[in-house]
Design a protein around this ligand. Structure first.
Ligand SMILES: Cc1cc2nc3c(=O)[nH]c(=O)nc-3n(C[C@H](O)[C@H](O)[C@H](O)COP(=O)(O)O)c2cc1C
Length: 440
């Protein structure tokens, strides 16, 4: 940054900070965008696996199996979810996404035998029709919530928070409130909709217990009940969720995507996914429900998962499955370089497009504009997503076999080391080449 002493950019007031101050002064409104945190925080790239050699015995990829199936909701549901692969599709709202994009998520997930999830705004028939395993979100907004759809689902996810905005509510701006979106939410067309930051019918874990029992009664004790939290005080939140009766705890780290939230929130609230998973796993271990078979409470983690290596790392840190949002949208066709010129026209670039709130997505995915949405083919999109999910799974299997594991869930923290002191402390694994876990 140093040209001469007289021409030196400030590390504190760098060009991005100055541009934001100028934008705020020009407009008087805070910035809203989609996507997750873009700042650099300790992440899965800071971890490495210890492949087997002499002291550990690797499995042979062509001859020896490495299984990937997972059962979710074994503790309280009559019909737990049995998935072939542990990579699930996270809840993304109809409203944020077009109807065809939701359908494509169902198609892709079903092709590989995993689940997809509704979102704020309710369940669409296309999504239900194309999803073999569909998780129904029960959100603070209650937009689109109805007991018939609860019963049509295969599991229920009580959303307390999201990693991109723990403690904050949702936003769907007027430009995306089409007649159909408005109808499902029973709110007026074209008017900004903000979702509440907390559920109106409970104020703490005791009330949540009552709510979970109510959901079990409505669904005849058949469906697993998940509780989703944004990562912040994850150790305590996990314990409270288990005490309240959750069958599955979903922890979403700060890199987790969102459809539309204040930029200041996305970048400054919550903790990295890497730091949250060991806290959740510890809480489950102390309660005796971590990887405890039928009596277990399963852990799903999300927030910034991109590759099979990320999947394997999340599982090694203690999760039973992962959920992906942003990566699934990219697999469908979001940020496609084929639309480079159009991204430029709206002041963005393929690879940087995060203005999901505007509804002008050239790829036709995060939009309710009928002309843009018509560009997206749910069959082709679903096939792309299925391919991507297969690659994630095969990559994770490759790593697990190299660590001598015959099932992805056998991966453990002992298989990992960290590249930096920060990531070692957060992930609770040794700094590479040492036996030092900072803080332990
Ligand atoms: C477009 C979009 C819409 C979302 N809508 C919801 C939602 O309705 N409910 C919810 O709990 N989370 C929502 N999320 C968050 C995801 O469920 C998930 O927690 C997050 O995307 C995971 O992080 P990742 O995007 O890095 O994979 C949304 C995310 C995106 C990108």
């Amino acid at each position: 940054m140093t040209n001469t002493w007289g021409l030196r950019e400030s590390a504190t007031f760098d060009r991005a900070a100055i541009a934001e101050i100028r934008r705020a002064a020009d407009t008087g409104v805070y910035d809203i965008r989609g996507w997750g945190a873009k700042r650099s925080v300790p992440h899965f790239d800071d971890l490495l696996f210890l492949g087997a050699s002499m002291s550990r015995y690797p499995l042979e990829g062509y001859r020896e199996r490495c299984d990937t199936d997972v059962a979710l909701g074994t503790r309280g549901a009559r019909y737990p979810l049995h998935l072939d692969v542990p990579v699930t599709i996270a809840g993304m709202s109809f409203g944020a996404l077009s109807g065809a994009a939701k359908e494509a998520l169902g198609r892709g997930a079903s092709e590989v035998g995993t689940s997809t999830t509704t979102g704020d705004g309710g369940m669409t028939p296309e999504e239900r029709g194309q999803s073999k395993h569909l998780v129904y979100q029960y959100l603070p907004s209650r937009y689109g919530m109805n007991p018939d759809d609860l019963r049509k689902a295969d599991a229920v996810e009580v959303v307390l928070g999201q990693g991109a905005k723990p403690g904050g509510g949702g936003m769907l701006l007027g430009q995306k409130i089409s007649e159909r979106v408005a109808g499902m939410r029973t709110l007026p067309e074209g008017i900004d909709q903000r979702s509440a930051s907390r559920h109106p019918d409970w104020t703490g874990p005791d009330d949540l217990t009552i709510k979970i029992n109510e959901l079990r009664e409505i669904t005849d004790h058949e469906k697993p009940i998940y509780v989703k939290v944004g990562a912040s005080r994850t150790y305590y939140d996990t314990k409270l969720a288990v005490h309240a009766g959750a069958d599955v705890v979903v922890v979403d780290g700060m890199q987790g995507g969102t459809a539309a939230t204040q930029e200041v929130f996305i970048e400054h609230v919550g903790i990295p996914t890497l730091a949250a998973i060991p806290q959740a796993a510890q809480a489950l271990q102390e309660l005796g429900v971590h990887r405890a078979g039928e009596k277990g409470v399963q852990l799903i983690a999300s927030g910034g998962i991109r590759t099979g290596a990320d999947v394997a790392k999340v599982m090694a840190l203690g999760a039973d499955a992962v959920a992906i949002g942003t990566a699934a949208l990219i697999a469908l066709g979001d940020n496609d370089p084929a639309y480079a010129a159009e991204y430029e026209k709206i002041g963005s670039a393929a690879g940087c497009y995060d203005d999901f709130q505007d509804g002008c997505d050239p790829a036709g995915i995060t939009t309710q504009d009928p002309e843009l949405a018509a560009r997206f083919d749910p069959v082709a999109g679903g096939a792309r997503l299925a391919n991507y999910l297969r690659v994630l799974t095969m990559e994770a299997q490759t790593i697990a076999r190299a660590c001598g594991k015959a099932h992805l869930r056998h991966l453990e923290p002992e298989d990992l080391v960290a590249l930096t002191i920060e990531s070692a402390a957060m992930a609770r694994v040794p700094l590479a080449g040492t036996s030092w876990i900072p803080g332990s």
